[in-house]
Write a protein that binds this ligand. Structure first.
Ligand code: NDP
Ligand code: HSE
Length: 443
């Protein structure tokens, strides 16, 4: 005889923030309501939502939802089981999330700043309460990279990962490469499309990518979240000339996050990188993100998809909501650990200082067009045992007394490259600004 299914009541959720991701989440929940209920085993009902300005026009249907300017009233609402935090930043998001946990509610968030900076404390509180804080949307928008690293790759020792993990930077670098777009103009486009952070300097200065790399590294290697140890560089100094010279040499400039396990410790760095055009990652363009992961068992694998935007990010938020609903009836001790490894089994592997990191380099300098300058530069590199892979000197424009010199080096320690740049800058006839961008071959 067929067993009768018990019909569980709808799960009530409260949404904090009705911006790009908040509206996307409400729309996806409404549009796919029946499919989502068939997966979760229960209906999911948004009963309350908060925003700062309730008069703002929003592309959502709020019928039946209690709207408020007070997010704490949502977090304190006893009928709500799951709080979805989509405000961003750490204040008031941290207090709201902690209060939601204290009130016995599970949390879903897209907030990488919160997780990277306060995740250790947030997860400890969640674990003590037997609750879940789910954060798939915090890294790479719609790409299920957290679930992949945490669950699908559980049998691997992850060796390294390299990712385009900021959609705004990738959108901007792609536009510079494909249509010679102006930096400020294309940043404004990314903002209008809802890709950029509330403060876009988080995107272009690499901080957002560093937040995400902190989270990925923790899950990949089983280490605590250590945002303050990430080396961070953004894309502010990348010029159209660099983009063109890199293309001419067979590379694309991408803003990458790297996490690599070495014998002496772990590398954590975020910076613009020349990526060879033969590598698939070089073809992840626009707002798409791509994360190349190397596990000892699976080998290299590339995950790619939209890294920002309303619907793609909502895809991850809603998947987390479904996961949390499914877990409501599971023994909290049997849930997948927040950071993939059991909290009492995290590794104390040190994060390597940049001085110990090796990389190949692209150097661009401007020099007075006179004999001997190039010889002086190559002598400095030779003295520091920096091996040159290629040198280009594009023809100077008519009447221009200075020329650009492009040098690609083989892999070299950071300390030697610092010394080389310092000595070259002191040569007479060399312009003060020497651009250096790391290169990775992914051989
Ligand atoms: P928005 O700026 O578009 O939306 C933020 C929402 O929070 C708005 O509804 C705003 O109200 C409300 N809000 C802002 N500050 C406060 C405050 N101090 N108190 C109460 N409410 C506040 O952000 P996004 O939707 O773009 O981002 C939300 C989160 O998702 C962030 O953590 C972001 O990093 C993350 N994320 C964003 C992605 C994207 O593509 N945009 C992709 C992946 C993650 P009001 O509307 O009235 O101004
Ligand atoms: N500002 C972020 C980006 C949003 O551009 O990638 C997605 O996390």
């Amino acid at each position: 005889m067929a067993r009768r299914r018990v019909q569980l009541p709808p799960v009530k959720i409260g949404v904090l923030g009705l911006g790009t991701v908040g509206c996307g989440t409400l729309n996806v929940l409404a549009r796919n309501r029946d499919e989502i209920a068939r997966r979760a085993g229960r209906n999911i009902e948004v009963v309350a939502a908060s925003a700062r300005d309730l008069d703002k026009q929003r592309p959502i249907d709020t019928q039946g939802i209690r709207l408020t300017t007070d997010p704490f009233s949502v977090v304190d609402d006893p009928s709500i089981e799951i709080v979805v935090e989509l405000i961003g930043g750490t204040d008031p998001a941290r207090e709201l999330v902690m209060r939601a946990l204290d009130n016995g509610k599970d949390v879903v968030t897209a907030n990488k700043a919160l997780i990277a900076l306060h995740g250790n404390e947030v997860f400890a509180r969640a674990q003590a309460q037997g609750l879940t804080v789910a954060f798939e949307a915090a890294v790479a928008g719609g790409i299920p990279v957290i679930k992949t690293l945490r669950e699908a790759l559980a049998g691997n020792a992850v060796e390294w990962l390299a990712g385009i993990i900021n959609g705004t930077c990738n959108y901007m670098l792609t536009a510079m490469s494909e249509r010679s777009a102006d930096f400020a103009e294309v940043l404004a486009e990314a903002q209008a499309l809802g890709y950029a952070e509330a403060d876009p300097s988080f995107d272009i200065d690499g901080i957002d990518a560093a937040h995400k790399l902190t989270i990925l590294a923790s899950i990949a290697f089983g280490i605590p979240l250590q945002f303050d140890k990430v080396h961070v560089e953004g894309i502010r100094n990348i010029t159209l000339d660099d983009v063109r010279y890199a293309e001419a040499l067979g590379y694309r400039i991408k803003h990458l996050g790297f996490a690599k396990r070495a014998a002496a410790g772990i590398e954590l760095r975020v910076h613009p990188t020349l990526v060879p055009r033969r590598v698939m990652l070089a073809h992840v363009n626009g707002v798409m993100n791509g994360i190349l992961i190397r596990g000892d068992a699976v080998g290299p694998m590339l995950l790619s998809g939209a890294g920002a935007g309303a619907d793609p990010t909502a895809s991850s938020v809603v998947a987390d909501i479904v996961d949390v609903v499914r877990a409501l009836t599971v023994d909290p001790n049997n849930r997948v650990p927040h950071l993939a490894f059991r909290a009492d089994s995290l590794s104390e592997a040190p994060i390597l200082p940049m001085a110990d990191v090796e990389s190949a380099y692209y150097l661009r300098l401007s020099a007075v067009d006179q004999p001997g300058v190039l010889a002086d530069i190559t002598r400095i590199l030779a003295d520091l045992r920096i091996s040159i892979e290629a040198i280009r000197q594009p023809e100077a424009a008519d009447g221009d007394a200075t020329v650009s010199i492009i040098i690609l080096t083989h892999r070299v320690g950071e300390a030697a490259m610092n010394a080389a740049v310092e000595r070259i800058a002191r040569l007479s006839g060399i312009g003060a600004n020497i651009t250096r961008i790391r290169m990775e071959e992914f051989a």
